[in-house]
Ligand binder design. Sequence first.
Ligand code: ATP
Length: 199
Amino acid sequence: MKLESLELTGFKSFAQKTKFSFHEGLTEIVGPNGSGKSNIIEAIRWVLGEKSAKNLRGEKMPDIIFSGSAGHNSLNRAIVKLNFDNSDHYINIDYTELSIAREIFKNGESNYYINNKICRLKDINNLFMDSGIGQGSFSIISQGNVENIFNSKPEDRRYIVETLAGIYKYKNQKQETNAKLDENNRNLIRINDIIHELK
Ligand code: ATP
């Protein structure tokens, strides 16, 4: 799988639709201070499900919408889209082209999309779980991240190793299954109580 392009409209300093296409090899983004380099990385983090406005250097999520500049009025909506080439079916879906998108409006209303169809964040998380790309993965190492990893508690470091080794997905599934088993056990107890009352 390969990240082919990133499209931004109304995200932070990118008022107009802007498309970054990524080619084979290394891509380096250079530009003067304040030209929007970090905004590009933040857009990727945001579309993958970042929930904290603070992590995107804002107070609240709608702050990421273009707030106006000398030649441009502010906008009411931001949308970011990531396009992947999935012809090797690294992500386990039938499609060879995969896109995920997230949009937000000034009133805070927000939507996620997989291949232009509305979905839940959970669907995106499930899609990318253990791919090394999703939310909380280490595909984006920001300033200070490496130091944080070194200084983290052993159990937090264990989580990192488990995520990288692909174990986390199964731990997550086990947790969900155990929760369902608990629910079923509670239902059984209730049914037994009712049977007992009816006798
Ligand atoms: P540096 O090299 O100094 O780290 P950079 O190239 O990474 O800078 P960014 O931090 O990505 O630059 O971009 C900062 C710019 O984005 C600032 O000019 C800021 O005004 C602009 N910006 C941030 N949020 C918004 C917004 N909601 N609307 C309009 N512009 C915004």
